[in-house]
Structure formats: structure tokens, C-alpha cells
Design a protein around this ligand. Structure first.
Ligand code: TYD
Length: 386
């Protein structure tokens, strides 16, 4: 599999590939990639992913910023740290209110965008060493937050140790990542790609935190990224454990995530989705329909390459991110076109690769649908929206 966000300028460019394979630990129940891509190849000054390309994500992070402000409202001069602040989509709300904060961002180009929004950013990877530095050069944090970043960090033990070191005794570590039971339930195997090293559940997260002196105190299911979980952790002397945890963990145990049995159907379900999707698209193509795709998401790299859906079927992928436009999708090489191209060349069918933004996109594309355009949604089962 190629690197999910490695959009290339020339189809003759050499691409790094690796074996995309998942493993499950019978002791701590963690699901993770069996081999990882060197971090510098994924997160660098050419990083293609900008959080602020979706209105619903802007809204989501504004809500989270308000939650952090509320949580720390009684603290005199709170200090908030975000691990992986991307283009400052969350921290800009704190910066605007003059709240002391620091973003740690590994990719220089997105970090620069965050700076442009008045956000304080350090361009580095977060681990124990980085936490020691921040704690020396700045101070301990009241809240450490990470959205779609903790599952990206290969040196997870060092990261969690760093969190425990940097967090105040009464502080909160809050993070959100795609939720493994949602991936299994929706068969959304497109979430499996190089950047997502870990696929968390409450069972695995509570083990991981406990080993490093932190305790899971709450879990909140979220709709973003096709189904995520927000985890709240505190230092182990915390007393206020929410009853949500028990309920969600019981469900995870009922779904057998503590045994290989919980994963036995996943592969068959993936094969079924791939076969259905490819057959649907090939039949439409044979019937003379034009097909494009919508949203050059990271996750589409897995879906398109694994299903073998390429430029012979999909004419182009429309995307609003300037760094992706006029490049080719990783591995399978479908041209990426600007949104204006979708407006001027509307296809009969648009494969919705950004299916996690279905609500926002269908609302935005009312006219496309009204004129007879159709969306093909791949998950949780292949279906067509007219
Ligand atoms: P995202 O949902 O974050 O998925 P991933 O984490 O898999 O990359 O990415 C959304 C992509 O879709 C991003 O490249 C921007 C694009 N997009 C559009 O082109 N138009 C839209 O209306 C929306 C919401 C997203």
C-alpha cells in the first residue's frame, strides 16, 4: 500500500509502499499496524491534510474549544497543550480569547498555517523528551488534547509517559480517534492506513493509560471521521468515573473485542464491500455513465488501491485542498481536480470518498442532485443516493 497522503505530481514518481496488515494483542487488546512507515515520510513540510477544509469540522472543533474553556473556567491562567494542532482549527479559538496554549505539530506547512491564525506552535513530534522540554521551558498543562493524532504516534508508550509528566495532578488528558467498534460495525476498512497505527477501543485505551499512571474517566461517542470516541483521562487518584465507560466496555466485551472472535467476520465483510463497489461501478461504466469521485481523503487510498478502482473507472477526484489539486492519488493514480472542475464537469455518478462528511456534502450538492447527479456511498454498504 502507498502512503495515504502522498499525492504525487508525476505518475512516474517512485512511491514508497509497505505491507498494510493489522495485528491484535491478546494481552492488552490493542489493534495496530504490524509494520509502520518512517514518521518523516508521513509528516513533513509537504503534509497534504488540512483540518479546516470542512465546515462541520470547524464547527466540531469550535465546540471542543468551548468545552475546554468551560472545563478550565475556574483555573487562574490555565495552560492548554494540543498534540498535533494541524492548521490551528481548535487552538485559534483559545488564542482569540487570550488563553495560554501551545500546539505541537510535526508537519511544518500546517504548523505555519496555525501560526498565521495567532496560534503558538512548536514544530516537532510529541514524546517523553518533548514533554520534558515543554515542562521546563513553559509549565505543566491543565488540559492536554489530541484529535486524530494519538493513534498516529508509533512511540505510544513514550507519548503517554510524556502526557503523564506534562499534565498537572488535577489536569485532563482528552483525545479522540476513530473508534474500533464503529470501524468493525460499518466495515469502514478505509480507516486502515499508514497514519493510523492504532485502532482504539475503551478496553485497549484503559489498559494503555493504566500502565502509565492515568485513568480513563469518561468516553463520549462522536460522529466525526465516520464514528470516533473522545476519551477523558486523569491521574489515577481521580474519583469521578463516568458510568458511560462501564456501558461501552460491556458492549465491547459483548462484541468480543477481547478475543479474536470479534474480528472473524471483518475480512469477509471487506471483501463483500469491495466486490459490490467494483461491480456497481463497472456496470455503470459499461452502461455509458460518467463516474468521478468526491473528496481525495487519506482513507480513500486504502479503498481505491485495495479494491483496484482506478482511472479506468473514475475520471477524476474533486477536492478543495490546494495542496492536493492537479496531483494524482497515491498508488492508483487518479487525477485530482479542483472543485470548480466538478461544477463544470458534473459526472452522472460521484463516488463519495469523503463519506464521513455525507451530511455536509449532500446539503452543499443539492443542485447536483436536483439536476440528476447521484452519489455512491461505499459504507456501511454500497448504495446510491439520488
Ligand atoms: P477527511 O474527512 O478529513 O478524511 P481523511 O482523514 O480520510 O483525509 O478529508 C476530507 C477530504 O475531502 C479533504 O481532502 C477535503 C475534501 N472535501 C471536499 O473536497 N469537499 C467538501 O465539501 C468536504 C467536506 C471535504
Amino acid at each position: 500500500m502507498p502512503i495515504a497522503n502522498n499525492f504525487i505530481s508525476d505518475i512516474n514518481d517512485e512511491e514508497y509502499t509497505f505491507d498494510l496488515e493489522l495485528g491484535w494483542c491478546p494481552e492488552c487488546y490493542l489493534v495496530q499496524l504490524m509494520s509502520s512507515v518512517p514518521t518523516q515520510l508521513m509528516f513533513n513540510s509537504d503534509y497534504a491534510y488540512f483540518s479546516s477544509t470542512s465546515e462541520s469540522m470547524k464547527h466540531h472543533f469550535q465546540g471542543m474549544a468551548e468545552e475546554i474553556i468551560h472545563l478550565t473556567s475556574k483555573i487562574n491562567e490555565p495552560f492548554i497543550v494540543e498534540v498535533g494542532c494541524n492548521d490551528g482549527i481548535l487552538l485559534k479559538h483559545l488564542a482569540e480569547k487570550g488563553i495560554d496554549h501551545l500546539g505541537i505539530e510535526a508537519s511544518a506547512n500546517v504548523a505555519e498555517h496555525a501560526r498565521g491564525k495567532g496560534v503558538n506552535v512548536v514544530n516537532t513530534f510529541f514524546n517523553l523528551e518533548c514533554a520534558e522540554k515543554i515542562s521546563d521551558e513553559y509549565r505543566s498543562a491543565d488540559v492536554i488534547y489530541g484529535a486524530n493524532t494519538i493513534c498516529h504516534v508509533d512511540e505510544i508508550e513514550s507519548l503517554i509517559k510524556g502526557i503523564a509528566l506534562l499534565l498537572k495532578d488535577d489536569g485532563y488528558f482528552i483525545f479522540e480517534d476513530p473508534y474500533l467498534p464503529e470501524i468493525l460495525q460499518k466495515t469502514s476498512f478505509d480507516q486502515i492506513y499508514d497514519e493510523h497505527i492504532f485502532y482504539f477501543s475503551g478496553l485497549s485505551v484503559s489498559n494503555l493509560l493504566r500502565k502509565n499512571g492515568l485513568q480513563l474517566v469518561n468516553m463520549k461517542p462522536l460522529e466525526v471521521h465516520g464514528g470516533s470516541m473522545r476519551y477523558y483521562a486523569r491521574k489515577t487518584n481521580a474519583a469521578d468515573i463516568n458510568s458511560n465507560i462501564k456501558k461501552l466496555m460491556e458492549q465491547e466485551t459483548k462484541n468480543r473485542l477481547d478475543s479474536l472472535a470479534g474480528y472473524s467476520q471483518f475480512k469477509n465483510n471487506i471483501t463483500e464491500i469491495c466486490t459490490n463497489l467494483r461491480t456497481t461501478l463497472q456496470n455503470l461504466k459499461k452502461a455509458g455513465s460518467t463516474i468521478a469521485a468526491y473528496g481525495a481523503t487519506s482513507k480513500s487510498t486504502t479503498l481505491l488501491n485495495y479494491s483496484g478502482i482506478g482511472p479506468d473507472i473514475i475520471n477524476y477526484i474533486s477536492d478543495t485542498t490546494p495542496t492536493k489539486i492537479d496531483k494524482y492519488s497515491p498508488g492508483i493514480h487518479i487525477p485530482i481536480k479542483p472543485y470548480s472542475h466538478f461544477i463544470s464537469n458534473p459526472p452522472d455518478y460521484a463516488l463519495l470518498l469523503a463519506w464521513n462528511h455525507k451530511k455536509e456534502i449532500i446539503e452543499k450538492e443539492k443542485q447536483y442532485l436536483a439536476k440528476g447527479g447521484k452519489f455512491i456511498i461505499p459504507f456501511p454498504e454500497v448504495r446510491i443516493i439520488q
